[in-house]
Write a protein that binds this ligand. Sequence first.
Ligand code: UDP
Ligand code: MG
Length: 319
Amino acid sequence: MKKVTILLPAYNEEASFPILERCMRQVLDENPAYEWEFLLVNDGSSDGTLREMMRLHQADAHYNYVDLSRNYGKEIAMMAGLDYATGDAVIIMDADMQHPVSVIPEMLRWWEEGFDDVYAQRAQSRETWFKRKSSQWYYRLLASLSRVPVQKDTGDFRLLDRTCVDALRQMREVERNTKGMYSWIGFHKKGITYSQQERRAGTSKWGFMSLLNLALNGITSYTTAPLRLASILGLLVSAVAFIYLVYIIVVTNVWGEPVAGYPTIMVTMLFLGGVQLLSLGILGEYLGRIFNEVKQRPGYFVNSYNGKRGASPASQNPS
Ligand code: UDP
Ligand code: MG
């Protein structure tokens, strides 16, 4: 019997556990042809999330949990989950159950057909207009910046074959943009659609700043195109400056008009200053990333696996 792991990263999701339990029960009932593992990753929650995980693990052998040493963010929590997952395939879902378990049978069907990465696309999102529009534009921008295709309106909700999981596990970078990584590894991909559920318990952990951070992270870890922007801007500004120079020479020498000094100098200086700061900022973004990466730290530390220090699933060896 093939084993499938459902990976559920959770940060302060205490309130979501009743729904989570119900959904997992539904998965078991609807898909008896598979062996199931429900792998909970506690991303340093400060509420009763860990207690709930311990309770579930004790009551039901399908549940395993990894307790991280602090809050690392969802990307790293997923990295840890992939290390500890034991299934032949892994389905990543949000612990708040905004991803409907009803699409799982369809995912499994495509997996059996030979697809390695069955990703779920949001049909129509119930997010706010601003969140929707900005994510739409963001994907468009990403796509135009890189040669690796990006899947639109796609989150982390997907089924990954063991091949993909092992590929992702080899990518140990700590500045992670998992969305870009799914695309980067390639393999046979299949998109299916689903409609996102409203969050039914707890609150979203993504404020505007963390979303902006995620977006910038996405671009800078996905492509080096912004670095080229600095060169292009420099070239453009020089060209404009040169044309302006010729214009001034002609105007003063042929028509003998006096040149107005202050405004032109002011405008030029401010413009150039802006361009220089922007270029520096872009350089800094990449530099910071390189700094974090060259330290070669492990992505995360683990308090316990199923309540035991230093333990790991028998069939795996998490790095
Ligand atoms: N999450 C996490 N670590 C964090 C923030 C979030 O593991 O630092 C988990 C969270 O528990 C949830 C998933 O990531 O299972 C998505 O988070 P959330 O629902 O807050 O995001 P949204 O659905 O609003 O985009
Ligand atoms: Mg959510």
